[in-house]
Design a protein around this ligand. Structure first.
Ligand code: GLP
Length: 245
């Protein structure tokens, strides 16, 4: 895995937005995999700025988000769907027909997960997958466990993950759903290129474990080490424990 360390979270976000702009310029029909979470907000702000200055044209690109909370529909203001509208979709020229998210309110979750896998395949697979990292080493909502799931699936959220997401629910932990739909590890690893963006001291331990050279289902992101085109983009704080790992 190639590691790049930037002087600040803002510089990492800016560099990644520019990298995405270059990738979309090379391939206007690029299929992007996208994360949510606090880290991604800085990235989306930079992408919106590039779009406003006409330095990126999303008109033929597609996106697939990694995950969504079970029970929340697209118009629920606390859904990841609404998060994406707020931070990116409302401000750039992505076609609504080409922005894809799992429907957390689907009656049949298994059918919804299969529909999503088919949609990704129909789009030609994910060209560039941007990931964030949970403090416990999760990617998407693939949580540490005795085993990991290959494909898009319904999953239980760990207490620490629910706490980390409480900011979306006015910090009311009780309001955070206990379950989510998420791309699986295989879905993620099939992307042609992956960039893991991680900032902040609270992620330093997880980063060190991801880069440790060991694979463990207790650190789902450690499986990224199997992919041939993964970059890990960090700020200095997130990189703080790498050498001691
Ligand atoms: C959430 C999302 C992940 C995201 C991670 C990091 O739980 N499901 O896809 O990468 O947490 O979020 P943050 O950037 O807020 O730390």
């Amino acid at each position: 895995m190639r590691v790049r360390v930037f002087p600040s979270p803002a510089k990492a976000a800016r560099a990644l937005a520019r990298e995405i702009a270059r990738a979309v310029a090379r391939n206007p029909r690029l299929v992007l995999g996208l994360p949510t979470g606090r880290t991604s907000i800085a990235l989306y702000r930079e992408l919106v700025a590039l779009s406003r200055s006409h330095e990126i044209d999303f008109s033929r690109a597609s996106t697939f988000n990694l995950d969504e909370f079970v029970g929340l529909s697209a118009d629920d203001s606390q859904s990841y769907h609404a998060f994406m509208q707020r931070h990116l979709f409302d401000h750039v020229n992505l076609s609504p027909q080409r922005t894809h998210l799992l429907n957390g309110a689907a009656e049949d979750a298994a059918a919804e997960c299969q529909r999503y896998e088919r949609a990704i395949a129909r789009a030609g697979g994910i060209g560039l997958m941007v990931l964030g990292l949970g403090r416990n080493g999760h990617i998407g909502f693939n949580e540490p466990d005795r085993s990991l799931v290959t494909r898009t699936h319904r999953t239980h959220l760990r207490p620490s993950t629910r706490r980390a997401n409480a900011f979306l629910f006015d910090h009311r932990l009780g309001a955070v759903p206990h379950e989510a739909l998420s791309m699986g590890m295989g879905t993620i690893l099939q992307a042609r290129r992956i960039v893991l963006l991680v900032t902040g001291r609270s992620k330093a331990r997880a980063v060190a474990r991801v880069l440790s050279g060991r694979l463990t289902t207790r650190v789902p992101a450690s499986f990224l080490q199997l992919h041939r085109d993964v970059e890990v983009w960090l700020d200095g704080d997130a990189a703080a424990l790498i050498s001691s790992s």
